[in-house]
Design a protein around this ligand. Structure first.
Ligand code: FMN
Length: 339
């Protein structure tokens, strides 16, 4: 058996040495509310590159200060952010690992003292602030901010851009009828609720011709909310626009109880991959090498995104290679201790 987890994967001429992706994880570690990269980020991401992860996706990075989840989020709203990312990209690439960045806007889920914005003036829950309903000008500015973020990511040398359309953040708030009650062309029908994401993708593509991923929440887990079937339609639209891979997560657009178990989101990835014939990433409680290999061999996803397991074990690729009987290259400095 060829171990698929350790087979390379190429998108638009960019080759990941294996199918293991470090899922974006907010570190809330910027200082002084400036969105800048700190030593923590260098240590954190480079450790996983030394551990031989194929692709690292840097945490949700705010395209505007108002779009931060917290004041400590990373940001890419200014040209001054480029240098820090450029350095990180260089450090990660030294280890043969590719690196992407997740561009995000928190919308009504921003926990900031300033005014926050969303498609409709509805708070996420009782303890959250009520956002201001976005005007057309706000929407236009936000689309431009994603475009500028992508341009800066390109200047920094990233290999992949992922647009954050999941977990109840701004773009997800537009997609779901539970959080989008607009009566203009950005609300109402599925096409209209998709409009801002369509425009963000188009805007990003004017400055970015590399691999483009979009993370979605494939299930709202609530009556009247979106389901994986709805997302097959959305995935088809994204495919037509030239999105390369859908990173399939779920939930968090409204508070809902979710039955979480190993691989609980994998069926959504499977459905969207085959329903829209597009590459997907599977994520969510994937912890064991055999589980990851099963998902790939049964063609339920093209890439395996790991979050918490990579926090526990930055050298998880080595652990997995041992268990699956594959060989992976060791950093040359570690050769004597790698097997
Ligand atoms: C500390 C932490 C921070 C996270 N931050 C983000 C984020 O910035 N963007 C995102 O899309 N998901 C984020 N997530 C979700 C993970 O990427 C992943 O989808 C989720 O943890 C399920 O995968 P796991 O079971 O392998 O941890 C975060 C998760 C954790 C644990």
């Amino acid at each position: 058996m060829t171990v698929k987890l350790f087979s390379p994967y190429t998108i638009k001429g960019v080759t990941f040495k294996n199918r293991i992706v470090m899922s974006p994880m907010c570190m809330y570690s910027s200082h002084n509310e400036d969105g800048h990269l700190q030593n923590w980020h260098r240590t954190h991401y480079v450790s996983r590159a030394v551990g031989q992860v194929g692709l690292i996706i840097v945490e949700a990075t705010a395209v505007t200060p108002q779009g931060r989840i917290s004041p400590q989020d990373l940001g890419i709203w200014s040209d001054e952010h480029i240098n820090g990312f450029q350095e990180l990209v260089g450090l990660v690439k030294e280890h043969g690992t590719k690196i992407g960045i997740q561009l995000g806007h928190a919308g009504r889920k921003a926990e900031l003292t300033e005014e926050i914005i969303a498609p409709s003036a509805i708070a996420f829950n009782e303890s959250a602030k009520t956002p201001k309903e976005m005007t057309k000008a706000d929407i236009k500015e936000t689309i431009e901010a994603f475009q500028q973020g992508a341009e800066r990511a390109k200047k920094a040398g990233f290999d992949v851009i992922e647009i954050h359309g999941a977990h109840g953040y701004l773009l997800n708030q537009f997609l779901s009828p539970l959080s989008n009650k607009r009566s203009d062309e950005y609300g109402g029908t599925a096409q209209n609720r998709y409009r801002i994401l369509r425009e963000v993708i188009d805007a990003v593509k004017t400055v970015w011709d590399g691999p483009l991923f979009v993370r979605i929440s494939a299930h709202d887990y609530h009556e009247g909310g979106l389901t994986p079937e709805d997302y097959i339609v959305v995935a088809n639209w994204m495919k037509e626009q030239g999105v390369d891979l859908i990173d399939v997560s779920s939930g968090a657009v409204i508070p809902a109880r979710i039955n979480v178990y190993p691989g609980y989101q994998v069926p959504f990835s499977d459905k969207i991959k085959h329903g829209a014939e597009i590459a997907t990433g599977a994520v969510g409680l994937i912890t064991s090498p055999i589980q990851a290999e099963e998902i790939l061999q049964n063609n339920r996803a093209d890439l395996i995104f790991l979050a918490r397991e990579l926090l526990r074990d930055p050298y998880w690729p080595r652990t997995a290679a041992k268990e699956l009987g594959a060989t992976i290259e060791a950093p040359k400095q570690y050769g004597r201790g790698w097997v």
